[in-house]
Design a protein around this ligand. Structure first.
Ligand SMILES: [Zn+2]
Length: 290
């Protein structure tokens, strides 16, 4: 039921450029189904999921995590996505059912997010966590991610994201690619790649026509550029919640708060909509264990 997707890691022109691409169609569709997302929220979540999948290639161990979060006071409000080093992605939209009057505007989340902020948090197993924040510049996320890498990590980066949905918000195709220029790269080559990017049709349209990511890289993005695929990695929508994890979080609430729940409660996971039942007896045994 959790169909996998793929991240592709490659390098161009003797390591002068790092090229990462992703097919995230199944993961985006799973997010849409779990949260019953409206078209505009599907596009927003799809863009975040695709971006975080590509950004996660820097996670070196399974317990490290990367979070990408948009916050805004505008109607779409934002969303959160998290990926771990195993490629498990989860997230939720803050306004999952927002409907836009003008159907064509369903493809432009930025219009309903600006002004807003983008936060990137990296949690490592054995290093201090890192967090970076930028003001959204477009809200459609590709430019914002590129701006983040330039500003916060001094890496010239081009990002392209494409999410194609049908009128019922079913995800027909979702994917993207990200190109990063390494120090000392030949700027004439960078110009060639930029002109390739400008001539590349929308990535999700190409995928919808049946082209896979390696073919899109070869025929458009890296046309006339020497490149090689390094490896691929699977990603999928997967939440790691459990009744035990909820119980552990409830212990932190303290005795008084738990005693006020003594009729029992049924918390619902934000990330996967699973509902857990804590009976009167369950609450009593949590209190006893304090
Ligand atoms: Zn969950």
């Amino acid at each position: 039921m959790n169909k996998t997707d793929t991240i592709y890691r490659s390098t161009a022109m003797n390591d002068q450029f790092r090229v990462i691409a992703a097919d995230t169609t199944n993961t985006c569709q799973r997010a849409r189904d779990l949260h019953d997302l409206s078209p505009i929220s599907t596009i927003l979540m799809g863009r975040l999921i695709t971006a975080i999948a590509m950004m996660s290639t820097e996670l070196k161990d399974t317990n490290s995590e990367l979070s990408l979060r948009i916050d805004s006071d505008q109607p779409l409000r934002g969303a959160l996505t998290i990926i771990n080093g195993s490629g498990d992605i989860k997230g939720y939209a803050f306004e999952p059912k927002l409907l836009i009057d003008e159907p064509k505007d369903n493809f432009l989340p930025g219009k309903f997010l600006l002004p807003g902020t983008l936060s990137i948090i990296k949690s490592y197993q054995s290093r201090r966590p890192y967090s970076g924040h930028i003001e959204l510049i477009s809200g459609d996320l590709a430019e914002d991610i590129a701006y983040y890498y330039q500003q916060s990590e001094q890496i010239p980066t081009a990002v392209n994201l494409g999410i194609l949905i049908d009128p019922q918000a079913r995800v027909r195709a979702a994917g993207g690619f990200m190109i990063q220029q390494m120090p000392g790269a030949d700027l004439n080559l960078a110009d060639r790649i930029v002109s390739n990017l400008n001539a590349t049709p929308n990535v999700s349209d190409l995928m919808d026509m049946g082209m896979d990511i390696p073919a899109i890289l070869d025929r458009f993005v890296l046309k006339d550029v020497e490149w090689k695929m390094l490896d691929t990695k699977e990603v999928r929508y997967k939440c790691n919640c459990s009744k035990e994890r909820f119980a552990a979080a409830m212990r932190l609430l303290g005795r008084a708060e738990l005693e006020s729940m003594n009729e029992g409660i049924s918390p619902v996971c934000h990330y996967c909509s699973t509902s857990y039942v804590f009976s009167q007896q369950d609450i009593a045994s949590i209190i006893e264990s304090l």
